[in-house]
Design a protein around this ligand. Structure first.
Ligand SMILES: [Zn+2]
Length: 201
């Protein structure tokens, strides 16, 4: 299943995906949370979303638990997240929308949630690295990676909703970031495991 999602998406992320390089003409202020989320979701929907025929997604702030993707076409973002953390979670949740759009089986009732989560982290990296309206730099990526490692690691390994350890989440995001930044030419050692989700071979 994870492999089939990746097979539908990743080939598109090769050269044609990157044609029409970013001009960064409308760089957004990363502290303008509302606008930052809009830019991330809008731009990802023009690339990832368009490729898989994803429906338009709606999003709202939630003041309670962490950000999540509760139902089809709807994203809930924690209003306490700011800046790079917010950018990461917005991209991660939109990645779930992509997974759902490609294969409705990629829902939370399925078994290997960790794989779905790590694939979403990788896709988030690709989305952020290729966003034409906000030039996420290597420094931004490093800060985001450190945040992910510290803040978003899930160490309840036996829990059915396990998201992946901080280290794996960081490696998945980094793998996606490098892939995006290199215009699809650089696949690191974790690319196959996390982005493609091909751990059985
Ligand atoms: Zn998730």
């Amino acid at each position: 299943m994870y492999l089939s999602i990746a097979k539908k998406i990743l080939p598109f992320l090769s050269l044609p995906f990157f044609l029409g390089n970013p001009s960064y003409s409308e760089i957004v202020d990363i502290n303008d949370s509302e606008n930052l989320v809009e830019i991330i979701i809008q731009e990802a929907s023009k690339t990832f979303g368009k490729r898989v025929g994803a429906k338009k997604v709606r999003w709202e702030w939630c003041d309670e638990p962490p950000s999540y993707y509760p139902t089809r076409n709807f994203i809930c973002l924690n209003n306490k997240d700011k800046g790079l953390s917010l950018a990461f979670t917005a991209a991660h949740e939109y990645a779930h929308h992509i997974q759902h759009s490609v294969d409705s089986l990629a829902d939370r009732s399925r078994k290997n949630i960790t794989k779905v989560e790590l694939q979403a982290d990788c896709y988030a990296g690709i989305m952020l690295a290729t966003n034409p309206k906000y030039p996420f730099t290597i420094e931004d990526a490093n800060e985001m990676l450190a945040n992910v490692y510290e803040k978003y690691g899930d160490y309840e390994y036996d829990h059915e909703d396990h998201h992946g350890s901080g280290e794996n989440r960081m490696l998945a995001l980094r793998s996606g970031f490098h892939f995006g930044r290199s215009e699809g030419t650089h696949k690191d050692a974790y690319y196959k495991i996390f982005c493609v989700g091909d751990t059985d071979k």
